[in-house]
Design a protein around this ligand. Structure first.
Ligand code: SDX
Length: 423
């Protein structure tokens, strides 16, 4: 097949250039042959590919998601979160020996410095756990000043181990702080997710063991949240990392991006919405409010998926297993009615609005006992390996440099200063 391309003529100079089309994408380099100073106005990067990446593939039209080529459905069924962390960061599934070494390194770094544990107590007693997490991840950068040397691959790997390992500990400590309860320190024989659940729920019971079904369900949810190509928080990670900032500062920035209700904060917003709707009978009226533009249907819509988010399908299946242990979340009926009404309403169909990863995840978290303001913290634990894999890939990419887009200036022309007495 001949190379796909289009030809463009600049009527200012009469020059013509042929622009190759590769995988439906054009490179700015070809167009800049016409005019070195040419920029592309693309608000919110809606039509911009900012990098080449081998990590995650999404086909938004067909609801396909793959990590390093492996379909998310197979990873959710057969893998575990730490193995997926390894896959995202290394590009291949680990051998048994590699997996054993990887789990050892992560397990070894689950503790935080006691001064960090103390630092977390200095925040307001009822601080939102995401605010605590963001602050504490940034504070970690002061405990590992060597992390600034991002040119040393071994140094980058140790900080990667530390960040993946410590996110659950910081999350659980933020939760315990808010309740005025003592910290439960990591006991590493439980595995990554079981250890997190013990740190969350155990109070002074040395024999505490988390429910294995709930542990597996949460591990699957962490897998589903592990990466999603150039989403807002991952682009933030790449942007901050592109200035050669240390990975703790970059992860703290990415966590801030995730905090927003249009991004990772949506899982919390969904449950607030379902509680506001309150009953099955109020669903239709709420949908009308959404269609009037008065509010959003939280957990619906996506910049890339113009079909059902494959993660939402898996989460819905996982919910059934969780509810067998915890009892049905009464909000499920409202959520399913909301989905049914929306998927049959032209307003949502015309706008390609389907449930995304956040629509059902909060129902599981709430059924498992997590308070709503912990939901996005759980998303951050899951997304940490994705952020770090993209940070690593960006640093190793010879085409990448500090992110510094331009703008279209629409402000006032030059004008002279006016003394305040004359204003
Ligand atoms: C995540 O990018 C990622 O990959 C993110 C993520 C990941 O794994 O990292 O998948 C995680 O962030 C999932 C999304 C979670 N957010 C929400 O559920 C919040 C509700 N959703 C919307 O805010 C919205 O759908 C976005 C932000 C997710 C996507 O917004 P876009 O792509 O900018 O789409 P848009 O705002 O241009 O919407 C197109 C139209 C608009 O209507 P019109 O102006 O054309 O009339 O659809 C409407 C929007 O008003 N619309 C919605 C809607 N989402 C879009 N209307 C009602 N409810 C919604 N949820």
């Amino acid at each position: 097949m001949s190379e796909e391309s289009f030809t463009i003529t600049d009527n200012r100079s009469g020059e013509t250039v042929t622009v190759p089309i590769v995988d439906g994408t054009i490179s700015s380099a070809a167009l800049r042959e016409l005019d070195k100073g040419m920029w592309f106005y693309d608000p919110a990067y809606m039509s911009t590919a900012n990098c080449n990446s081998k990590i995650t593939y999404i086909d938004g039209g067909n609801g396909i998601l793959r990590y390093r080529g492996y379909p998310i459905e197979q990873l959710a069924e057969h893998s575990n979160f730490l193995e997926v962390c390894y896959l995202l960061l290394n590009g291949e599934l680990p051998t048994e020996a590699e997996a054993e070494e990887w789990v050892h390194h992560i397990t070894y770094h689950t503790y935080v410095h006691e001064d960090i544990a103390q630092f977390m107590k200095g925040l307001r007693y009822d601080a939102h756990p995401m605010g605590t997490l963001v602050s504490t991840v940034a504070a970690l950068s002061t405990f590992y000043p060597e992390a600034k040397d991002i040119s040393d691959p071994h140094n980058r790997l140790i900080q990667t181990h530390r960040l993946i390992a410590k996110m659950p500990t910081m999350a659980a400590f933020a939760y315990k702080n808010r309740l005025g309860l003592p910290y439960e320190y990591p006991v590493n024989h439980l595995g990554y997710t079981g250890n997190f659940l013990r740190m969350m729920w155990n109070v002074a019971d040395p024999g505490y063991e988390p429910d294995p079904i709930l542990t597996r369900a949460l591990d699957i949810l962490l897998i589903l949240h592990a990466d999603h190509e150039q989403n807002c928080s991952t682009t933030t990670m790449r942007t901050v990392g592109s200035s050669n900032a240390d990975p703790y500062s970059a992860v703290a920035a990415a966590t801030c991006g995730l905090y927003g209700p249009l991004h990772g904060g949506a899982n919390e917003a969904v449950i607030h919405m379902l509680h506001d709707i309150g009953s099955f009978d109020n669903v239709t009226a709420y949908v009308e409010k959404v269609k009037s533009g008065e509010t959003l249907l939280q957990g619906f819509g996506h910049r890339v998926y113009k079909s059902y988010d494959p993660r939402a399908t898996i989460i819905k299946k996982t919910a059934d297993q969780v509810f067998e242990v915890t009892g049905l979340n009464p909000l499920l009926d409202i959520a399913m009615k909301l989905e049914e009404v929306a998927l049959n309403d032209p307003y949502f169909i015309d706008r390609n609005l389907y449930p995304n990863v956040d629509f059902y995840s909060g129902l599981i978290y709430e059924a498992m006992g997590f308070p709503m303001d912990m939901f996005t913290v759980l998303f951050a634990i899951g997304r940490t390996p994705g952020w770090l894999a993209h940070w690593q890939e960006m640093l190793d990419d010879p085409e990448q440099k500090i992110y510094r887009p331009r703008q279209m200036y629409t402000g006032p022309d030059e004008r002279d200063y006016v003394p305040i007495s004359n204003r």
